[in-house]
Design a protein around this ligand. Structure first.
Ligand code: ACO
Length: 428
């Protein structure tokens, strides 16, 4: 008997099936042959939330959630955060290898040449109320950007794809910063392609009306590290959305808008915003035990804790904690930090969290740093999206070149009524 197979016996029929195993998986479609009769549709798997379903083969990001390991293209996240910079990590994420100097120069130039604000995007943002959520503005402006580049629908053309990737990388921070300045009633600050990716973004955000901004190198570096930490995270909710929408050959701008919409949710990228709201609700260290009791009673969630994949400390949370010290050396300590540290200490000793392997995730500390840097809370998820844009694009680029992939279309288990005849209104 070949070793790489799974033998299944259907006890309803007594029939036995040999299912091939490849890369530790069986193909769900191989289960379709398992039938109780000729007109039976065949066996399917039922997996709400995709807890145990691999939707693709990917070579980009590796996570071992039990050991707390995260690697982009084989490189440990801590080494990248310490020794690399965001644009280099973006190249690595997309291309698979670290760039040499010429490759990095070409990559950087490709993004820089797209660094301008479109009139159309300005008009889209101008239509929003001042108090519109920045994620709503960001999502809409990404989709609107796609209308300017109708050729981007030609997703099988590598040159068209690369042009879209350069443009989205260049324009996403511009849209984010312009959205913020619109909400403040401030004039837009022209991008400066001579600055670093993070430096340009901070300047567009915080420069005075005349464009002046004293860019602090420590904050610039911290922003760069935060972008690196968020660059990719394999098949998370927003990335899966990018792939699902992209599988219909939708252009990458609209697909990225869909991915950003998924990120917006408080169980995903919206958690960093929710952490700060939670810390404010708790209010003071002495009220932490009372809040933890509420969490244990199932009344509220401990935001920034828990992860579908990590059942150990999120390695990004460790790095963020270190980056926090460098930011606070410049900005002064965020008073919420002490409360977060105490909350983490209490939670990590508590049986409820220990038993469920609930540890702080990337969002537990990121919001505290963002706040210290001057970002308003609703902007936090936008910052996550800026870091994650390259991950969405790299995964989309991988998807469209993968001959295994088809339009995403899950099956369902239908439990609704059997066929029945329409009842006219007077008979209901
Ligand atoms: N607070 C309290 N209890 C929790 C939490 C939490 N944050 N997270 C999970 N649990 C409990 C669940 O109630 C469940 O308990 P039970 O077994 O008694 O029913 C158990 O832990 C397992 O949780 P699931 O919901 O099955 O875990 P799942 O993988 O579906 O959810 C998620 C993961 C959504 C991240 C969840 O942990 C959560 O809601 N966390 C808070 C929101 C958050 O921080 N999200 C950011 C995630 S990281 C990111 O997107 C960047």
């Amino acid at each position: 008997m070949p070793a790489d197979t799974l033998t299944l016996t259907d006890n309803r029929t007594g029939k036995t099936y040999e299912i091939p195993i490849a890369d530790g998986t069986i193909r769900a479609i191989d289960l379709r042959q398992i039938k109780t009769s000729a007109d039976d549709f065949g066996m399917m798997t039922y997996d709400p939330g995709f807890l145990n379903t691999a939707s693709c083969k990917s070579r980009i990001t590796f996570i071992d959630g039990d050991k707390g390991i995260l690697e982009y293209r084989g490189y440990p996240i801590a080494q990248l955060a310490e020794q690399s910079n965001f644009l280099e990590v973006c190249y690595l994420t997309l291309r698979g290898e670290l760039p040499n100097p010429a490759q990095l120069a070409e990559w950087t130039a490709g993004i820089r040449k797209e660094t301008s604000v479109d009139e159309s995007s300005k008009n889209v943002l101008a239509g929003f109320q001042r108090d519109a959520h920045p994620m709503g503005m960001f999502i809409s402006s990404l989709a609107a950007l796609g209308t300017l580049y109708p050729e981007s629908k030609r997703v099988s053309d590598p040159a068209v794809r690369l042009a879209s990737i350069y443009r989205l990388m260049a324009k996403a921070p511009i849209l984010a910063a312009c959205g913020y300045r619109h909400s403040k009633g401030l004039p837009y600050v022209a991008p400066n392609p001579d600055l670093s990716y993070a430096g340009n973004f901070l300047t567009m955000m915080f420069a005075s009306a005349d464009g002046k901004y004293d860019l602090n190198p420590a904050l610039e570096r911290a922003m760069d590290i935060l972008f690196i930490l968020h660059a990719d995270h394999e098949q998370n909710c927003s990335t899966s959305t990018m792939r699902v929408v992209g599988s219909a050959q939708t252009d990458p701008y609209t697909s990225a808008a869909a991915a950003a919409s998924a990120l917006y949710g408080p169980l995903h990228g919206g958690a960093n915003e929710a952490v700060l709201s939670m810390l404010r609700v708790i209010g003071s260290k002495d009220r932490i035990p009372e809040y933890v009791q509420k969490v244990k009673a199932g009344e509220v969630k401990l935001m920034g804790f828990g992860h579908r994949v990590y059942k150990n400390y999120d390695p990004r949370a460790r790095i963020i904690k270190r980056a926090a010290d460098e930011v606070f050396a410049v900005t002064g300590k965020n008073p919420l930090l002490e409360m977060a540290i105490e909350l983490e200490r209490i939670a990590l000793e508590d049986e409820y969290f220990v038993k469920r392997k609930l540890y702080p995730n990337v969002d537990f500390y990121s919001g505290i740093i963002y706040e210290a840097m001057g970002f308003p809370t609703p902007m936090f998820t936008v910052l996550f999206a800026l870091g994650r844009m390259i991950g969405w694009l790299a995964q989309w680029d991988e998807l469209v070149q993968d001959s295994d992939q088809k339009i995403s279309r899950p099956r369902q288990v239908f439990l609704g009524p059997a066929r029945r005849d329409f009842a006219p209104m007077d008979q209901r």
